[in-house]
Design a protein around this ligand. Structure first.
Ligand code: SF4
Ligand code: SF4
Length: 529
């Protein structure tokens, strides 16, 4: 029997075809981006709320069907999914408004009934797939922390450890701390910079992406992911003189781990003096530049993650100096140079050991496909975790720390003032250990086992609208993402490249006021375009 496992992530979908009897991965397909409009999970949620969960579900399902088709299953009978509660709810096409608004009174006044998000099994037709297929959906802990957080705890070894932390580095950084038998969880809205998005030359961890900057005698050298997603030597640069020597593997963009490496290198060489980069940016390859605006995006992400870690340490009553291991999950947590990540603030400076563990979400989906009965234990575990979950959105500790992080990263607050303010707030700072940190790269690649092949596809899901107008094309020219085009009397928006409901530059640019973003509907033959 064959099964398909999916990790529905904010930055894209990863799918695997599995041989259940042999417990083997046959092949892997990933999408170049999430098919929903918007740059982060909150944009996806906004789109679903404004345009209706049905449309968002259809867009996501269109991409899921393409992943399934590209996996070319033979006789598959089971589909398992993993991801955060927003993505999994959109996949199921269920209520999502409760994920946007906190407060029972508010929800009741709007007749919003939160659906049961405990783990369950569905027939395929309930989500728009083959009715013969069994679909297994794991549970969410709270509305902002889901099955992907369970995955990082279960698959990392965190649950068998003590005085340790785990973080899945993504747009939403899910994190947990374990002290004795107690596990506290939280989730920091880091934003997409950590995955190389909303960065001017940003891209996901795929071939052509700058993933690191390493020290060489002449200065620094960009490392570029090749077709096998292994780093190869690219351009050389001197950060002091801003000279760039193009050579070796050519880059097409910079991914989240590259962003961390550039921030580290910039701070080390003093080319970056927060909140600016001298010269306005750092050239990394032809037409690839890391700008001061990119630095601010990265700083906000790092600040949110550091504030989350400090909040968990405080709420757990742990002295940062007693922290043992930090487990680092997700593509960013795997490919990043762990020491550089720790140096810039992505892991507590006091952690004794950093363990890089890869994509655990896809692994949990695979485990569920091989052993569906583990759903019961996931449901029990979720109930226990719920008792110690901290909502950072309503945590005064988090908010106090994050204000200091923002001032430090985006307003140039001196380090001494940052430390003094935290100390006055009673927050204990993590300091680096004498002798340095131990790094264990347990997984060399994000996806633990790709099987016979790894293929990347563009989901290519389009929204369309047709209006009678004078065809001035101002809407097309106004689109900052080149997501909009006009073809055969129809305006077509590439949904996954569109910035979503918060943008609407296309609509605003229309002199005749006929362009209607909310009038766009799913293009029927999206998958053929
Ligand atoms: S201009 Fe319109 S189509 Fe382009 S990104 Fe913005 S909302 Fe999307
Ligand atoms: S901007 Fe308005 S009038 Fe011009 S092509 Fe677009 S929809 Fe038509």
């Amino acid at each position: 029997m064959q099964a398909i496992s999916l990790d529905i992530g904010t930055s894209g979908i990863r799918g695997q075809l599995l041989d259940v009897e042999r417990k083997k991965v046959l092949r892997t397909v990933i999408t170049s981006h999430n098919p929903l409009p918007g740059a982060n999970v909150m944009d996806h949620l906004d789109f679903a709320i404004e345009r209706g969960p049905h449309l968002a579900h259809e867009v996501l399902l269109g991409a899921v069907r393409q992943v399934i088709r590209s996996l070319a299953p033979d006789r598959w009978e089971r589909l398992t999914v993993c991801g955060n509660p927003i993505q999994l709810s959109l996949f199921e096409g269920i209520e999502v408004r409760d994920l946007a608004y906190a407060g029972r009174n508010y929800l009741e006044s709007r007749n919003i009934v939160p659906p049961d998000r405990s783990g369950h099994v569905l027939q395929g037709d309930a989500v728009g797939l083959d009715p013969e297929v069994e679909v297994i959906v794991p549970p969410a802990i709270r509305h902002e922390i889901g099955a992907d957080a369970l995955a990082m705890m279960i698959k990392s070894g965190f649950l068998d450890d003590d005085m340790c932390m785990v973080t899945d580095y993504g747009t939403n950084a899910e994190m947990a701390i374990k002290v004795g038998d107690r596990v506290l969880t939280g989730s920091a809205a880091a934003g997409p910079a950590i995955e190389g998005q909303q960065i001017s030359a940003g891209m996901l961890a795929s071939p052509g992406a700058i993933s690191d900057l390493v020290v060489i005698p002449e200065g620094w050298q960009a490392m570029v992911l090749n077709e096998e997603l292994e780093p190869c030597a690219g351009s050389k640069l001197s950060l002091r003189g801003n000279t760039l020597k193009l050579q070796g593997c050519r880059a097409q963009g910079i991914t989240g781990t590259g962003v961390i490496a550039v921030v580290f290198a910039g701070l080390e060489s003093e080319r970056i003096v927060l909140p600016r980069i001298s010269g306005g940016g750092i050239s990394l390859d032809r037409n690839i530049r890391f700008t001061t605006a990119d630095l601010l995006e990265a700083g906000k992400a790092i600040g949110a993650i550091r504030a989350g870690h400090m909040t968990l340490l405080e709420e757990a009553g742990v002295d940062p100096g007693d922290l043992g291991t930090m487990y680092m999950a997700g593509a960013s947590g795997t490919y990043v140079d762990a020491r550089k990540a720790q140096a810039v603030g992505m892991a507590p400076a006091s952690a004794k050991k950093l363990v890089q563990i890869g994509n655990t979400s896809l692994e949990l989906a695979k485990d569920l496909a091989f052993d569906p009965e583990m759903l019961d234990s996931l449901n029990s575990m979720t109930k226990e975790l719920l008792a110690h979950h901290i909502m950072f959105a309503s945590s005064l500790t988090f908010s106090n720390i994050y204000v200091q992080e923002l001032a430090y990263w985006t307003e140039g607050m001196p380090r001494e003032a940052y430390e003094r303010n935290l100390s006055e707030l009673g927050i204990r700072m993590a300091t680096p250990r004498a002798g340095g940190v131990i790094v264990e790269r347990r997984r060399l690649t994000d996806i633990w086992d790709v099987g016979e092949s790894l293929t990347m596809i563009d989901p290519g899901i389009f929204l369309s609208g047709a209006w009678s107008c004078d065809l001035c094309m101002r809407c097309v020219k106004a689109c900052p993402e080149r997501a909009l085009r006009y073809s055969e009397a129809t305006f077509l928006v590439d949904a996954g490249r569109c910035l979503g409901t918060a943008c609407r530059h296309c609509e605003e640019a229309c002199p005749q006021k006929v362009f209607s973003y909310s009038g766009l509907s799913l293009e029927n033959d999206s998958e053929d375009r």
